[in-house]
Design a binder for this molecule. Structure first.
Ligand code: TYD
Length: 137
């Protein structure tokens, strides 16, 4: 798996004088079936989240409100993404280490995930992740 697969997805949006409306229809707009949704909010500006990779999970991350930074790393290359638009989702394929930081006071991070929560799907230590990521290339 490589960072090149991690890309912004434009979510269908209807804007008029009453405001914006963005919708997500299961696998129509997202490259997997959504089995879980969770969100991070009230994240202190100095807080760092993430610091893990997933073995099999696919995710799309959306800044529903405010902004934050997402640093992705496939074991070889790092890339920083700023998320600040509620109608853009960042697709993250499996085997990508991610760090989230620099949340604005109103930052809300919505995560769409391809599976339910399974601790066995996590790499929470960087070293075993990077060894596995480099072997599967
Ligand atoms: P953690 O993975 O540390 O959050 P993040 O990576 O977003 O900073 O998760 C914090 C706690 O929440 C941890 O005990 C696992 C638990 N958790 C669930 O029970 N279900 C979930 O869907 C998620 C994402 C986490």
């Amino acid at each position: 798996m490589s960072l090149e697969l991690c890309k912004f997805i434009d979510l269908p949006t209807i804007l008029d004088e009453r405001g914006g409306l963005t919708f997500i229809e299961g696998s129509n707009n997202i490259p997997f079936d959504i089995k879980r949704i969770y969100y991070l909010y009230n994240v202190p500006a100095a807080s760092e989240r993430g610091a893990h990779a997933h073995k099999d999970l696919h995710q799309v991350i959306i800044a529903l409100s405010g902004s934050f930074e997402l640093i992705l790393n496939d074991g070889f290359t790092k890339k920083t993404f700023t998320l600040n638009k509620p109608n853009k989702g960042l697709y993250i394929c499996p085997m990508i280490w991610r760090d989230l930081c620099h949340f604005s006071f109103d930052g809300i991070c919505l995560v769409l995930a391809s599976d339910v929560y399974k601790e066995s799907d996590y790499y929470r230590e960087y070293q075993p992740f990077s060894m596995a990521a480099r072997q599967t290339k």
